[in-house]
Design a protein around this ligand. Structure first.
Ligand code: HEC
Ligand code: HEC
Ligand code: HEC
Ligand code: HEC
Ligand code: HEC
Length: 348
């Protein structure tokens, strides 16, 4: 009897596991790969409609081909039982946590103009604003590699820099971050806990179902051109926008406290005054943590914000890919103060 119920539990676990996202691909090789890129004389590498050239690693589309192939507003496309997160799809539906590149077609300032989009940046043509590290990136921003955000930023090329990660991705908790596969969202060096909820994976849905970001209480080792200093998400942004990162700005050498010259990031949410009234995690203005939680999507502790330990990050105000707002903001900062007053609770 014991053995029977054990087997039943095991089977249930296997079923549950096969339906949940893994941060590691599953399914038939031919769903994603083509050996000669030819079947009946026609190309097989046509996912997303972004060209039909043979692509590196024998895949059936480029990064956007797989991740931008929803023909409607869906945030997922499925190949068999495998969900593919969509980051470029019609607006009006649900956008995944990093946002939706489609918003760029409304306004250039709404996001990062990655080259695959075929919609080159028209204003910021001389490089990332605040580029302390002289990256040399102008209008040739890519998904991954030395000119992009994902993968190993020390290696050139989308597929070279991410090689193997799709088959080796760790599930959820990324607290080592010394390879591409074990880093948060294949962003080498960044720690965090990926929301892999069975129904709402890759989303920041509400105060309990959301990604957990890692932050630092001081920027510590500053990021360089290819390495996120301190393993934080803000450290990643600082690889290209270093001057906007935390205290110790380029134009001040010693002052690292209020009154500030630029809005602080990678500092703890002050444990006094108005900040102590931010107590429930907000997906409008989220915070990072000094320790990556081992479990998420439970009411406690990840729905709770603690001033004195939780951390302001670039993503407290910005999205990562593109949002529906000017300068990639999480809310319409020109029309309302929704996000500012999540923290500055007395400034309404
Ligand atoms: C053949 C289709 C395909 C191609 C091409 C592809 N991906 Fe993916 N990608 C997937 C699937 C499927 C997943 C989801 C895996 C899972 O269940 O977690 C994924 C997941 C991801 C994730 C999220 C990983 C996580 O931690 O949740 C990132 C980031 C990513 N891909 C980036 C890229 C980049 C960059 C490229 C181009 C170099 C690329 N992908 C090319 C199919 C593809
Ligand atoms: C859901 C999509 C998906 C499925 C299914 C899939 N792959 Fe991949 N595979 C990818 C993507 C995307 C890449 C390129 C990005 C990367 O390397 O992470 C890749 C890369 C590879 C690579 C080169 C990188 C490495 O690890 O050496 C090999 C080899 C490979 N796949 C073999 C297979 C085989 C064999 C199968 C079936 C048993 C398979 N794949 C099934 C998406 C998939
Ligand atoms: C690999 C370099 C790189 C990284 C890493 C990077 N950015 Fe950028 N960013 C750029 C470039 C290049 C531009 C200007 C071109 C554009 O907007 O497409 C830019 C523009 C921006 C803009 C202005 C958008 C506009 O069009 O007006 C914002 C806001 C921004 N980045 C925020 C962030 C945040 C937040 C992060 C971290 C999640 C980040 N960036 C990480 C390269 C980068
Ligand atoms: C995630 C929480 C958070 C969000 C969101 C946030 N702030 Fe702040 N802000 C802080 C904290 C904490 C400080 C530093 C307070 C200190 O050092 O005493 C700060 C500092 C400031 C300062 C400088 C105060 C000084 O002492 O020099 C200004 C001005 C400011 N914020 C305005 C804004 C505006 C405007 C927005 C919306 C666009 C915003 N903040 C969004 C938490 C936040
Ligand atoms: C408190 C909210 C807040 C935080 C935190 C924040 N930003 Fe911004 N960011 C803004 C706003 C608002 C703008 C619009 C311009 C302005 O008000 O200065 C902006 C503009 C930008 C721009 C565009 C500048 C240009 O010249 O067009 C970049 C790039 C940027 N932020 C990157 C970052 C990075 C990187 C971080 C983290 C190190 C960060 N931001 C943290 C609110 C924030």
């Amino acid at each position: 009897m014991k053995r029977l119920s054990f087997s039943i539990i095991l089977i249930l676990l296997i079923i549950a596991a096969s339906n949940a996202p893994h941060a590691k691909v599953t399914g038939m090789c031919s769903n994603c790969h083509t050996m000669h890129n030819s079947q009946g004389g026609a190309s097989m590498a046509t996912y997303g409609g972004f060209g039909d050239a043979p692509f590196s690693s024998l895949v059936r589309g480029n990064c956007l081909g797989c991740h931008g192939q929803a023909s409607d507003g869906s945030e997922y496309v499925t190949l068999g039982t495998q969900k593919i997160p969509q980051v470029y799809h019609a607006t009006g539906g649900t956008d995944l946590a990093a946002g939706n590149f489609k918003h760029i077609t409304t306004d250039d300032t709404y996001g990062h103009n990655v080259d695959f989009l075929g919609n080159a940046e028209g204003v910021l043509t001389s490089g990332p604003p605040g580029d302390e590290n002289s990256t040399g990136i102008t209008t040739d921003l890519t998904c991954a590699g030395t000119k992009g955000c994902h993968g190993d930023r020390g290696t050139a090329g989308n597929f070279d820099s991410i090689k193997g990660a799709h088959h080796d991705g760790v599930s959820g908790l990324c607290d080592t971050a010394d390879t591409v596969a074990n880093s948060y969202r294949f962003l080498k060096g960044v720690k965090g806990h990926e929301n892999m909820d069975a129904t709402y994976p890759w989303q920041n849905k509400d105060s309990t179902i959301h990604n957990e970001y890692y932050g630092a209480s001081s920027k510590g080792t500053e990021s360089d051109k290819t390495t996120a200093g301190g393993n934080t998400i803000s450290g990643l942004c600082a690889e290209c926008h270093g001057n906007f990162h935390g205290p110790g700005l380029d134009d001040i050498t010693s002052d690292a406290a209020s009154p500030w010259l630029r809005h602080p990031t990678d500092i703890v949410l002050t444990n006094s005054g108005e900040y102590t009234a931010y107590t429930t995690y907000s997906i409008v203005a989220p915070v990072a943590r000094s320790t990556v939680y081992g479990t998420i999507n439970t009411a406690d502790p990840n729905a709770v914000v603690a001033s004195g330990t939780d951390i302001i990050m670039c993503l407290s105000c910005h999205g990562a890919h593109a949002t529906a707002n000017y300068k990639l903001m999480r809310w319409n900062n020109k029309a309302n103060m929704t996000g500012c007053v999540v923290c500055h609770t007395s400034k309404q």
